[in-house]
Design a protein around this ligand. Sequence first.
Ligand SMILES: *Cc1c(COP(=O)(O)O)cnc(C)c1O
Length: 388
Amino acid sequence: MLLLIPGPVTTHADVRQAANRDIAPWDQTSRAEIGALLERLRVLAGGVQGVHAALSLPGSGHFVVEAALRSFLPASASAAPGCILIPETGQYSDRMIRLAREAGRRVVTLPASLTTPLAAAEVEAALLADPGITHLGLVYSETSTGIVHDVAGIGAVVRALGRRMILDAVSAFGALPISIAEHPEIDALLFTANKCLEALPGFGMAICPIARLEAARGQAGSWTLDLADVYRNSIENGPGAARFTPPIQAMAALAVALDRLDAEGGPPARLARYRANMAALLDGLAALGLHPMLDRAVQGPIIANIRAPANPDWDLPAFVDALKRHGVVISNFRNTEAPSMRIGAIGAIGLAEIHMAVAAIGRALEDCGWSGQNGTAAPGGRAQGMSA
Ligand SMILES: *Cc1c(COP(=O)(O)O)cnc(C)c1O
């Protein structure tokens, strides 16, 4: 089965095979392996030895996003509260807003377009308007819209104004460019193993400046979700030491996935493959009469929202089921107000798999009696009551 959902993605058999054994995470050999894995991730993120630390946290991506918010943003009730500006770029920014608020952190939202990338000038104006804002929370690749936001330009604005940034790079890291050394404004660069790194789910990672981790001690209001405490533990007990049982099989799989990333030529080569995948996907769908919500000029390489066929009895879950019978899984919920389907272009797949997926989509549309329909729904609009 081909997974074209936005994560977990299709993985290579060697990556899955690495998880097919019993491993004792507290064993000295395992500790050394975890320590080496974290070092590789620090280097991959452009982290500098002695300046940046790579930390892992069990759980899915949301757990590490919440941990970063708690760790670096002092609570509203504290003596010197923090405040985070979160541009409303889509569902993942909405989730960051909710995580921060439920953790008792002050949030200021910035309305944003769902069809065009966020302008650095808008962020600058919002930061200037409220000197109490200490942080910007940004989603690099908005997995709900497919738009990739301008981290270089927006980061420069945050840096110039002396504010800090928490960057959700969960659906970006491993393909889209990022070097934390070039972004001293970043407190936490966040990602997981199961998207562009093409490994298994089970943990999140944060690359953080060590000085900021030291300054963040005792701030999280949570033991499990405290990145400063993860760092403290790595100093006291060694870099590969975990506080609680880590998802060790998923970590072993990531080590193999990183070998594959190196062999491919690193993130630039992976990005080129994803871009080619996305172009072939959009071309193939266009030939079926299906078109993306976004202009091609702003369509990111990770995931596309495709307008549903204009047929009045269009039913996404029924289509997803029909497509599964042809060996392809896509997301079974939509992120736009107008009927759409989300299809990912990432994972251990290339043009052969994309062509197979397009052919399967054509057959599934025929099975359902929806072929030959042009998607005419208007782009944009926020989905009502849609979840992940
Ligand atoms: C996938 C994703 C997450 C994390 O999702 P989980 O289901 O918690 O792993 C966070 N942010 C973005 C932008 C994502 O694409």
